[in-house]
Design a protein around this ligand. Sequence first.
Ligand code: PAF
Length: 283
Amino acid sequence: MQTITTIAELRHALVQAREAGKRVGFVPTMGYLHEGHLALVAASRARSDITVVSIFVNPTQFGPSEDLSAYPRDFPRDEQLCRNAGVAIVFAPDAREIYPAGSETFVEPGGLAKPLCGSFRPGHFRGVATVVCKLFNMVQPDAAFFGQKDFQQCAVVRRMALDLNLPIEIVDVPTVREPDGLAMSSRNRYLGGEERRRALAISRGLFAAADEFRSGERNVEKLIEIAKEQLNNVDRLQYLELVDCHTLERAASPLRLTSALCGAAYVGSTRLIDNVILSFPAP
Ligand code: PAF
């Protein structure tokens, strides 16, 4: 495995692979890797000849009052996990490499970035779209892999790849959960013992609604209410919405199309997000 920090070295390392006709899979991350990231690597390895993982805590996707400086980092451990997982290249640039001095050009996503997390984290998806577009330009992968836990991020990135004519397959990989249901996230490490227990309310709420959906409930307000009933234990619910998977707008009731039930809540000072997909079988 190679660890690379500059764009020039990265391009050089990838030239040969491309000339040899190898398919390049790409997993963008902010590091502090967990099983969810390793599932993205496994998905990439299953569909690509070589896998590149980027590790870059992207400043432009954090708001002024968010946790950029406190974001967990453990590069030696990340490198070891990547080596064990069969990653070919770890790309770990610093901020000046990604954002050259005087940098002032951004990718501005449209309506998909507005609801849900977008309404609580202004500018977040602009930062995500910008860095993902830059990383795509650097790696030029055939396919890129994103976790479904970040459902809105997947939608924004897929739309961006389409709108900017990027010849990259965007693959969503199902959320990996702890045995008790908590969605894996680098931010879970902030949760103290009692908070960790209370954080389970989010997945419980989503699962309760998904169970009712499987039993035939199709009323959108009712499904949202069922999920919210479990959420007394969180400190601040930001949103709990049932949205159309393509537009991210409130799903029409009664539900007829595959939709996503998405939530964001604070437990202590940790902001957690999660979602479940309520699927209808393909016609
Ligand atoms: O999902 C993440 O970790 C980040 O938003 C991403 C896609 C690596 C961009 O910084």
